[in-house]
Design a protein around this ligand. Structure first.
Ligand SMILES: [Zn+2]
Length: 335
């Protein structure tokens, strides 16, 4: 079936429309208007379906355009299915646009990953109540309890260290100190977000004096004060959400969170911040920060020695010369 329909036609040269009759011809359309006619091949038609108050239209080469006067576009024009596909095709053929699109997507994903997520995590972590993730912290604690053994330290020694922590550092909300025999984890200490600091027997044994232990406790307290594990967890969630946005795969994000927390792979920036906190605390107590840097170096030496071991402070506290240098620099400026 065929026929004609009255449309509004812009020829691409004049800004004003003229009324025209539209016909279907063998491989396209024909527009007949007062004083002339034009034909367009089907492959050059970009049909845009009408939406709401916007009437359907056909974009034509050379800025010409046909607008329908109602939403009723007759089927014999055979326009309805050709349409957007054609435009998408035209777009995809343009490699320049594809490349630009790709660069923009990569830049946005990288920007979100590198700056957006850390900044958002920082602000969120400092605004959320301190005990957010308390239950996840509890799960992390359970996990640590499973992979370590009960401490062999005497109750008296544990009490000494607890007193050291509470009476010297005087934390606003004192953390629970959890003493464990590290086993594979070796000499280690870490903070988990249910306001708990874990210390292994091996770490206590490696310290030459209690000032060194105090330095480690102050470092862990720094992680708690700056809410590093909460920030880390929020980053984890943010990265997870970003991954889902990029890959569409949402499998077990929440189940991996406690694992992330237990691992507590802090970023170097978090370590440096916790170190600065520790040095500040030692200085406040008139204790030379050398105690802390000496202990860092002993941990490093021990870890180099038992090469191949899976655990140790350094596996959760990556250390570079940069950290020792910062502690030394802070000492110098304090003098
Ligand atoms: Zn640390």
């Amino acid at each position: 079936m065929s026929g004609k329909i009255t449309v509004r036609y812009y020829d691409g040269r004049l800004n004003t429309a003229r009324m025209a009759e539209l016909y279907a011809v063998s491989d396209g359309i024909r527009v007949v208007f007062d004083g002339g006619a034009a034909e367009y091949a089907r492959k050059d038609l970009a049909y845009m379906a009408g939406v709401g108050g916007v009437l359907p239209a056909i974009d034509l080469p050379d800025d010409a355009r046909i607008e329908f006067l109602s939403h009723d576009v007759p089927d014999w024009l055979r326009l309805k299915n050709q349409t957007m596909l054609k435009q998408v095709n035209r777009f995809e053929k343009s490699w320049k646009w594809v490349a630009v699109g790709l660069v923009v997507v990569v830049a946005v994903v990288f920007g979100v990953y590198r700056w957006g997520i850390p900044a958002a995590s920082y602000h969120l972590a400092h605004r959320l109540p301190a005990d957010t993730l308390h239950s996840l912290g509890g799960q992390a604690e359970e996990m640590i309890t499973k992979i370590t053994e009960p401490s062999k330290l005497s109750a008296k020694r544990r009490q000494q260290i607890t007193d050291l922590y509470r009476q010297q550092l005087k934390p606003e909300t004192p953390a629970k100190l959890l003493f464990r025999k590290g086993g594979d984890m070796g000499a280690n200490a870490f903070a988990i977000p249910n306001n708990t600091i874990v210390l292994t027997d091996e770490l206590v044994a490696l310290a030459e004096n209690d000032h060194e232990i105090l330095g480690v406790l102050a470092h862990e307290q720094g992680h708690l004060v700056h809410r590093h594990s909460l920030q880390q967890a929020l980053r984890g969630i943010g990265i997870g959400v970003l991954m889902i946005a990029v890959t569409g795969d949402s499998s077990d994000l929440l189940t991996t969170l406690p694992v992330l927390l237990a691992g507590a792979q802090y970023s170097q920036a978090f370590e440096m911040e916790a170190d600065r906190y520790a040095v500040g605390e030692l200085q406040r107590l008139n204790l030379p920060p050398q105690h802390f840097s000496a202990f860092l170096e002993r941990l490093q030496a021990q870890s180099d020695h038992e090469e191949g071991g899976i655990g140790g402070w350094l596996s959760t506290h990556p250390m570079t010369a940069e950290r020792v240098k910062q502690v030394e620099d802070l000492q110098k400026t304090a003098r």
